[in-house]
Design a protein around this ligand. Structure first.
Ligand SMILES: C[S@@+](CC[C@H](N)C(=O)[O-])C[C@H]1O[C@@H](n2cnc3c(N)ncnc32)[C@H](O)[C@@H]1O
Length: 458
């Protein structure tokens, strides 16, 4: 299938920023880096190390499938107990059916990813300094799929309304880029209801984009929702129909990629939208703001929408709205137009859980070009090259001591020793006095026990 011309022109190499790319043998190619970017399920896979990232996401898919298979086995095991209440048995049978069907549905949906195994070495991946955050799984934002394409009309309308508010009547948004687009409902609404020429929705999660692709092209998908706090027995797993109001009009494109290495040509976009994303990426906001400036044409517009919850280990990076706006202006933008409103968030009709969020939306016009930020480095040199000394950070020192102690406690568990026996052994090893060791071991085992009792969740 030939690529759509307008998309080819807007793409760039995520390794060296070269644009345009060529299209050879159904792959995008950077002639400078001599790297091919495949097309997965019809969507360009534009990661700096395409093969390795494909392998990583594939592993995450296999992990999810395995977990669902284990859930079915666990349910079968528990169903053998004679003492189960008739209703408990009924609920578990419902959950078993859902887990099994969901596993089959995911396998089918994500088939485009399950191609030949990659032989790329980890070293070459690390050298690219990109990395999939360890806490991002295939299902991290799975509830978005149902909100976007099934029950979420009120929430989706409220989201679009926030954007319209800061557009102040000027909805000629031109070539629009939505970064961290999730299941893409907002991108679809912007394309269908505002005057976008082309809209590119980018995310790194294959489940979200493969769902968005099928639904926005007019298909109806059936996928289970697994609410956090089911309202009734039937709500433990709800098979939902996912669909869009109408097939998306021309000019709407999906792209797999990393917000921190956006695979797009510089100064080619009229609008960049960042919905619920600037506070969750690992990059520091001033660098991200400069990156967004680089993507925009002169006079282009950055629209941000969502919560502002910068949860960083360092206090200096837990930015307030005031600091956020200051960074926007320091990055070559005019004074932003701001709108705040409280809207419903993830209030599934099948769940008792749901919240209100006071969202922070701004629109800022690019007035000056700023220096492009350095390429994002996900990992420090001492990890990537392996040649520099590993720094003895304070956190590492503490972890080394606790890991040693915990490792020793775990090695003492043999099915016969009590906590008191273990405390005695710790004292003999001169790790702690018996009085200190006993509560420490108990607390550690409580945590281990709690972990073993935790419910797996899709
Ligand atoms: C809180 S969700 C918001 C999703 C969507 N914008 C919405 O409003 O429903 C954050 C999204 O950003 C994506 N994301 C996070 N870090 C990313 C990165 N570095 N590159 C690309 N996508 C990223 C996640 O996969 C997820 O879809």
């Amino acid at each position: 299938m030939p690529p759509e011309d307008e998309l080819t022109e807007l793409l760039a190499c995520p390794r060296c920023d070269k644009s345009p790319l060529s299209y050879v043998n159904e792959k995008y190619r950077c002639d400078a880096c001599k790297v091919d970017f495949p097309v997965v399920g019809g969507i360009p896979w534009m990661f700096a190390e395409p093969e390795y990232s494909l392998g990583e996401w594939r592993n995450r898919l296999h992990f999810v499938l395995k977990r669902l298979g284990q859930d079915v086995q666990q349910i079968d095991f528990e169903l053998k107990k004679n003492e189960l209440h008739v209703l408990t048995r009924k609920r578990m049978q419902h959950q078993r059916k859902a887990a099994q069907e969901h596993r089959d549905a995911l396998k089918q949906l994500l088939k485009p990813m399950d191609v030949q195994a990659s032989d790329t070495k980890i070293e070459s991946y690390l050298a690219m300094r990109t990395r999939l955050p360890a806490d991002q799984g295939l299902n991290t934002y799975y509830p978005n799929v149902h909100r976007d394409w099934s029950w979420g009309e009120k929430e989706n309308a409220a989201s679009l309304e926030q954007i319209r508010h800061v557009l102040s009547g000027n909805d000629e948004i031109g070539d629009t880029l939505v970064l961290g687009a999730g299941a893409c409902r907002l991108a679809y609404d912007l394309h269908m209801k505002c005057k976008a020429s082309n809209t590119i929705a980018m995310d790194f999660n294959p489940l979200l984009l493969l769902v968005a692709d099928r639904v926005t092209r007019g298909e109806t998908l059936n996928l289970y929702e697994f609410p956090i706090a089911p309202k009734s027995m039937a709500d433990y797993a709800v098979l939902r129909e996912l669909s869009a109001e109408a097939p998306v009009r021309d000019g709407f494109h999906l792209v797999f990629g990393d917000v921190l290495r956006p695979p797009f040509a510089a100064a080619r976009h009229d609008t960049v939208v960042t919905p619920w994303v600037i506070d969750i990426v690992t990059e520091n906001l001033p660098a991200l703001a400069a990156r967004i400036n680089t993507l925009l044409k002169p006079g282009g517009r950055w629209i941000n929408f969502g919560s502002l919850t910068f949860a960083h280990p360092g206090f200096s990076r837990r930015y307030s709205p005031e600091e956020t706006l200051a960074f926007v202006q320091d990055s070559g933008f005019d004074s932003p137009v701001v709108h705040e409103a409280t809207i419903p968030y993830m209030c599934s009709p099948a769940s008792r859980h749901g919240r209100q969020e006071t969202v922070f939306t701004f629109s800022a016009i690019k007035k000056d070009k700023v220096a492009a930020p350095e390429r994002h480095k996900a990992l420090p040199d001492w990890i990537v090259t392996g040649k520099e000394s590993v720094p003895l950070m304070r956190a590492f020192k503490t972890q080394a001591t606790t890991t040693h102690i915990y490792g020793y406690v775990m090695s003492l568990i043999n099915g016969r020793r009590s906590i008191l026996d273990m405390a005695k052994a710790m004292e003999e090893q001169k790790l702690m006095t018996r009085q200190e060791a006993e509560p420490a071991i108990r607390n550690f085992l409580i945590r281990m026990y709690d972990d073993s009792q935790r419910q797996t969740r899709f």
